[in-house]
Unconditional design. Structure first.
Length: 323
């Protein structure tokens, strides 16, 4: 169903003369790690499986191997990965069955977005919708985006750049995080088409629930006297300048700011720090996905500005990572 291109992987390794490679996989592909390792090592190559969680191409690790095979994500064009990395995007290679009823629900002008596994389906979905009388739009996005229509969990510029031209969006993919990021970023109606389950649904209810949680976190942090500004050491998530600026704004407001850098940001690791609230400058899903697991309010950078009175709740924005 998802093309892992293992013949291409072996040809690339052998063609470049690599004797050792690291293999990096997202959580959904971890059950196939041993199978992948067996296949690659059959070509006489030493294989090291990176066992830590991998959330995207923002998290490249080679661990002293000659090269890296990074599965499940596309390259982030604005990031320097140091070369000797092969990205296997694990594209979905099936059709778009059961999308027929979706067109009746959509507005006349529709933007189309997808995760990298499904960007190859955008032309098919676009053709179907236009044959149903819709006008469709697809945007390239900024320099963090590899393909037209692609969205990342931390960057929905492909949606933002056409938001004024459309009345709603169709997201092609699985799960809630990526479409939720887009829906928070553009504040437009958004429908999900999941090619695997053949399900179509709207994101509105989930978006509104997350916004209520975000409002509660902001309210809980409103009287915080001390903040821990969190920097992630992963190359594609590290935002030192945003962290420094956030700490300065906190201190200018007469409150205390401390800064910490770590690779894996978890509720357990943050609980040891005696502060009133956290500010996350890494991937926004750390605050959005796991907010109920933190013992203290976990804020994004724009949410901190609401706490400090520098931004209004009516001007709430998604904390995108830019090039």
């Amino acid at each position: 169903m998802f093309d892992l291109q293992l013949d291409r992987v072996i040809d690339w390794i052998v063609g470049n003369g690599y004797s050792s490679v690291a293999v990096q996989l997202p959580e959904g592909l971890m059950p196939r790690a041993v199978e992948i390792s067996d296949r690659i090592s059959s070509a006489g190559v030493s294989v090291l499986i990176i066992g830590d969680p991998c959330y995207g191409a923002c998290d490249i690790r080679k661990d002293n191997a000659d090269a890296l095979i990074h599965f499940g994500h596309s390259r982030i064009p604005s990031l320097d990965d140091g070369g000797n990395v092969l990205y296997i995007e694990a594209r979905y290679d099936s059709g778009i069955d059961n999308i027929g009823g979706l067109a009746d629900e959509l507005p006349d002008k529709v933007g189309i977005i997808a995760t990298v596994q499904y960007v190859g389906l955008i032309p098919k979905v676009r053709e179907f919708l236009e044959s149903s009388g819709k006008k469709t739009f697809v945007s390239k996005g900024d320099e963090r985006i590899a393909y037209p229509g692609q969205v990342l969990g931390c960057n929905c510029s492909s949606a933002e750049l056409i938001s004024d031209e459309v009345d709603g969006f169709v997201f092609i993919g699985e799960g809630d995080f990526h479409p939720l990021a887009a829906a928070l970023g553009v504040r437009k109606d958004l429908w999900i088409f999941d090619p695997v389950t053949k399900e179509t649904r709207r994101i509105d209810g989930i978006r509104d629930r997350i916004l209520r949680r975000r409002f509660a976190a902001i309210q809980s942090a409103s009287d915080a006297a001390s903040f821990l500004v969190v920097i992630c050491s992963k190359s594609g998530q590290r935002r030192d300048s945003e962290a420094s600026a956030a700490a300065e704004r906190i201190r200018a407001a007469g409150r205390k700011a401390h800064t910490v850098v770590m690779d894996e940001i978890t509720p357990e690791r943050l609980s040891r720090y005696k502060v009133d609230a956290y500010v996350n400058t890494a991937c926004p899903r750390i605050a959005l996905d796991d907010s109920v697991r933190y013992g203290r309010p976990m804020l994004t950078v724009p949410e901190l500005d609401i706490v400090l009175g520098l931004r209004s709740w009516d001007n709430y924005i998604f904390d995108a990572i830019r090039p």
